[in-house]
Design a protein around this ligand. Sequence first.
Ligand code: HEC
Ligand code: HEC
Length: 215
Amino acid sequence: MSVRIAAAKRLNLSVLLAALLGLCSAHVFAAGNAEAGQAKSLVCASCHGQDGASVIDASYPQLAGQNEKYLARQLKMYQSGERDVALMTAQLIGKSEQDLDDLAAYYASLPAKSSEATGSDAEIALAQQIYKGGIASKGVAACSSCHGPDGAGNAQAGFPRISGQSVQYTAAQLIAYREGERKSDEVYGGMMRGVSRGLSDREIAALSDYISGLN
Ligand code: HEC
Ligand code: HEC
């Protein structure tokens, strides 16, 4: 009798474990479908371009080549209003979580485009120093430690590609983090609010130009 109970308990435990593992792997591998995403992206092209990277307006970010994890998170935060930008929230009304995952997969599959920095040598040198070494006295961490030496980000961690964005977009985001206006969660957004707190307007301008030309 007690042997049967123990066996039944083991069985239940292994069923539970299998179910949990199934859930975890579904969570890890629940990726969007890029092909389905392409069909859903027609409405996005008017601002983000057919290729996800055309500069239609310098305040519209490049999406092509951005990592899927980051894109999916941002889309969910716009939809919930956590990243509070009415213009983008309006684009996502009525979209399912699958739609957002598909759109993220689609844009992640497109090739990123780069541009060129136009700042003076002094500005580029200042930006490069901060990018690679941070500013210890102001608690600014080196950008390269999370966004990579070439600004391509870290797809696995969901740290965004920042290279190739317009100067205007990058500067606007750094200011929004610094002023606490870009309110993403504590874990991810908290990192950037911490990093940007010590940056002056001049440093933000220099960094934004430098980053636009990284590749
Ligand atoms: C009317 C113009 C417009 C349309 C249409 C539009 N977007 Fe955007 N999108 C923007 C602007 C402007 C921003 C930057 C907003 C901000 O400052 O946070 C943005 C930001 C984003 C971002 C954040 C990128 C980043 O680097 O953090 C994603 C992802 C995005 N859009 C995806 C989409 C998708 C997918 C669609 C179609 C369903 C779409 N957008 C339609 C204008 C638009
Ligand atoms: C500890 C890791 C870390 C460091 C260091 C870091 N970042 Fe970030 N950065 C992130 C994460 C995570 C996000 C996404 C946060 C979110 O979801 O809002 C981000 C977002 C950004 C964005 C917005 C991208 C977009 O498409 O909207 C910019 C711009 C940026 N970082 C620039 C910088 C610069 C410049 C530095 C150096 C001064 C820097 N980061 C240092 C982790 C980091």
